[in-house]
Design a protein around this ligand. Structure first.
Ligand SMILES: NC(=O)C1=CN([C@@H]2O[C@H](COP(=O)(O)OP(=O)(O)OC[C@H]3O[C@@H](n4cnc5c(N)ncnc54)[C@H](O)[C@@H]3O)[C@@H](O)[C@H]2O)C=CC1
Ligand SMILES: O=C(O)C1=N[C@H](C(=O)O)C[C@H](O)C1
Length: 274
């Protein structure tokens, strides 16, 4: 049985991850965490997320070290917010707990801190800006399109719900990095445009973030040439798309000794070359 800890337990992702873990035969939630001073601290997490008692009291982030030592999870899953994730990862890694990290919005310094904690403590982690299987196929398709149409004008547009705190999305940034790594011309990222921008330069990758309503997550990449354009879009209509990938990642990382992996490793997509 894989023992799982979840941080961000009552969030949009955390609550759905806990529900889905409870439906699996080979894994169980052994502890779950929310922000310090959470008013529901100590209450049963299953009851708080509407699936009935699961025998796991809600803990808070200030108790992470103590509760991890008591419950000894194999994997900690973090969908919180960048600054909180960094601290959670440091504590989990020190306790020898492997990681599935879905939080986005990190600065370069925060990414380095996370990688250092994982490497120094010799734990294993899957880090992905998007766990949806379809998005990873979309990423793979971008490798091909960027190789073939790298000199087209490339623009990325994403739309998310009004509650999202980081922009642009981690997925849009990852898409931009994949395109940059696979096209033959140099790339410079341009975040939105305003005023007298001058003529568009070939190396630009435009990145645009829209926010509104309850949109779960839409991403479009446009490759515009003379007289034609290709637009490739992924739309998530349910967070279950991300959660299903998280479950695969938990199984993948549970018994890994050490290393930093992504969802291409989990889904076996690294072998596909264009
Ligand atoms: N990689 C992927 O596939 C996906 C990534 N995300 C990312 O996951 C993160 C969370 O997204 P949502 O669930 O929509 O946000 P949310 O705001 O609904 O949930 C975050 C939860 O974390 C809690 N939290 C904050 N600090 C904490 C701490 N120190 N310890 C424990 N819990 C803490 C909050 O109180 C909240 O309940 C965001 O960065 C988002 O971009 C979201 C969907 C898919
Ligand atoms: O915050 C969200 O909701 C999402 N965040 C991730 C991102 O920033 O790319 C993944 C998904 O699009 C939903």
């Amino acid at each position: 049985m894989i023992k799982v800890a979840v941080t961000g337990a009552l969030g949009r992702m955390g609550s759905n991850i806990i529900k889905t873990i409870c439906q699996q035969e080979d894994m169980e939630v052994v502890c779950a965490f929310e922000v310090p001073n959470h008013p529901k601290k100590g209450e049963d997490v299953g009851e708080l997320i509407g699936i009935g008692k699961i025998g796991v009291p809600l803990s808070t982030a200030d108790e992470l070290d103590k509760v991890l030592k008591e419950t000894k999870p194999d994997v900690l899953v973090d969908f919180t917010i960048a600054h909180a994730c960094v601290e959670n990862v440091k504590i989990a890694a020190k306790n020898g707990v492997n990681l599935v990290i879905g939080t986005t919005g990190f600065t370069e310094e925060q990414k380095t801190e996370i990688e250092k904690a994982i490497k120094e403590n010799k734990v294993a982690a899957v880090i992905s800006q998007n766990f949806a299987i379809g998005v990873n196929i979309f990423f793979k398709t971008l490798e091909f399109l960027a190789k073939k149409l790298g000199d087209y004008d490339i623009e990325i547009v994403e739309m998310h719900h009004r509650h999202k705190k980081d922009a642009p999305s981690g997925t849009a940034l990852r898409a931009a990095e994949i395109i940059k790594a696979n096209r033959s011309v140099d790339s410079v990222f341009v975040f939105g445009r305003k005023g007298m921008t001058g003529e568009r330069k070939k190396e630009e990758i435009g990145i645009h973030a829209l926010r509104g309503g309850d949109v779960v997550g839409d991403h479009t990449v446009i490759f515009a040439g003379d007289g034609e354009r290709i637009e490739i879009t992924h739309r998530a209509s349910s967070r279950q798309a991300f959660v299903n990938g998280v479950i695969l990642a938990i199984r993948f990382v549970a018994d890994k000794k050490e290393g930093i992996y992504n969802t291409f490793d989990v889904l076996g997509l690294n072998e596909i070359k264009f």
